[in-house]
Design a protein around this ligand. Structure first.
Ligand code: ADP
Length: 453
């Protein structure tokens, strides 16, 4: 304000001085006064022009800096400029924060949709786009009810009771590949709603598998247990002849054995699922492994029938596989015992371990059994899946053998493949990768093979 007063006085004084000197003698005071007034007017015009400059600068968006000098307008310009700069800095910061926030929501594995108070889509992330089939260009500001047509969701949205989530099929869900979504709406702000969606297909499948597994195990145990309880009751209530008694005891022992095998296979599976992966530094001798399997195979073939199978074992001497000897033995003996159990007596079963020319090795069991129809093959490694239920039970099968083989193969980086022609026979192969197979070096320590699991 002082500067303004100084410039005004300065303008008036200069103009008055000019008037004084320009005046003829006698009218100096009048001239000085008139010039001072003119000076005040000039000062006022210049002052207004500076004010207008500031106004124009503001109207043009205050983009570029202008020079306003000192005084009231200069200070006003400076303060406005500083305020605007602070404001735009704040706007940039909050924009950045919003971008970070949206990027975090974008990275979320869950679907996120922001709805306005009328239920129109304001924003959604990629995951939500995948879950519901939204298109970022087409579907912004569309009402969610027009895009998500599931009746369950429509009812959920209409009742506005958002205490619980709902389960609904995903956009790509179909009978052969069902997709299940959990959708939960959360109100926030003034009538706005946050929609969270989660793909729970795997969780639902795991839960269904767990239920099936418990039901299957209960069923498998209940059958021999019922038989066993029946025989116990018979032995308790009836006075039987010794021969009959011995026959019943034999049948009871068979059922007990069946339960034991089942529990043993279940424990093997649970160990396979819970233990760390087999080492790539423990080398198992294939010779020892095959010799043990051959011994077990001959024993089993003799137990099942007086007329044994034609068992042929071919091996590549001096080979070793990196992994767990117990698990490998369990897998190989399961394949061999299947071949023996399902192949009619007297027929040929070939067991072979050979190196592949392209690297790695393959363990193969070829039989002349009944073969397996193509539609069963993808399901054979499922727990308790059996093609020939009665043959499996009669020969002591648990329905878990191939599930064990698949697990062991996966844990060793190997691949189980099954080829079969109904009426002709089957070939089960486990292909080991090159880094798990080597020729035994002189003096290298090989792991000894334990007895059949
Ligand atoms: P199981 O204990 O019943 O043999 P597996 O898991 O070992 O269970 O095998 C699953 C099913 O696959 C068997 O029930 C049988 O129907 C079929 N299968 C397995 N191996 C053979 C084979 N070599 N020949 C014919 N069928 C087989």
């Amino acid at each position: 304000m002082l500067w303004r007063l100084i410039t005004l006085v300065f303008f008036q004084a200069c103009a008055a001085g000019l008037g004084w000197f320009a005046a003829h003698s006698g009218d100096e005071w009048i001239m000085a006064l008139s010039f001072a007034l003119a000076g005040s007017f000039l000062w006022f015009v210049l002052d207004c022009m500076r004010g207008l400059r500031l106004l124009r600068w503001l109207r043009e968006g205050a983009a570029a800096d202008v020079s306003m000098g000192n005084g009231l307008w200069g200070e006003a310009y400076d303060r406005v400029r500083r305020m605007l700069r602070a404001g735009s800095r704040l706007a940039v910061e909050s924009d950045n924060r919003l971008e970070d926030f949206l990027a975090a929501l974008q990275a979320s594995p869950n679907g996120v949709v922001l709805l306005d108070a009328d239920g129109r889509i304001e924003w959604f992330n990629q995951t939500a786009a995948g879950h519901f089939g939204f298109d970022p260009q087409r579907d912004m500001l569309q009402h969610i009810g027009n895009l998500v047509r599931d009746p369950g969701f429509a009812a959920y949205l209409a009742t506005r009771n958002f205490l619980h989530d709902i389960t609904m099929p995903g956009r790509d869900s179909n009978a052969s590949k069902p997709v299940k979504l959990s959708v939960h709406l959360h109100p926030y702000g003034e009538g706005r709603v946050l929609l969270l969606s989660r793909d729970i297909t795997a969780v639902e499948q795991a839960e269904a598998m767990r239920r099936d597994f418990v039901a299957n195990v209960s069923h498998e145990i209940r059958t021999p247990l019922t038989v066993l309880a029946g025989f116990v009751e018979t032995l308790q209530t009836l006075s039987l002849e010794e021969q009959e008694r011995q026959r019943y005891l034999g049948l009871m022992s068979q059922q007990a054995q069946r339960m034991q095998t089942l529990v043993s296979d279940l424990l093997t599976l649970s160990r396979l699922e819970g233990s760390p992966l087999p080492s790539v530094h423990d080398w198992v001798s294939v010779d020892l492994l095959m010799r043990q399997c051959e011994q077990d195979a001959n024993d089993l073939s003799r137990i099942l029938s007086a007329l044994p199978h034609d068992l042929v074992f071919e091996r590549a001497p001096g080979c070793e596989i990196a992994g767990s000897s117990t698990e490998l033995h369990s897998a190989l003996s399961n394949l061999i015992s299947n071949a023996i159990r399902y192949t009619p007596v007297g027929r040929r079963i070939e067991v072979e371990f050979r190196l592949r020319p392209e690297g790695g090795a393959v363990f193969q069991v070829r039989d002349q059994g009944p073969g397996i129809a193509l539609e069963h093959i993808p399901r054979l490694t499922e727990r308790f899946y059996r093609v020939d239920r009665s043959r499996s039970r009669d020969t002591g099968g648990t329905g878990l053998g191939l599930a064990i083989v698949k697990h062991v193969s996966q844990r060793h980086g190997a691949e189980l493949s099954i080829e079969s022609v109904p009426g002709k026979g089957s070939v089960f192969s486990i292909g080991f990768p090159a880094h798990r197979v080597r020729h035994a070096l002189a003096g290298s320590a090989s792991v000894s093979v334990p007895h059949c699991v």
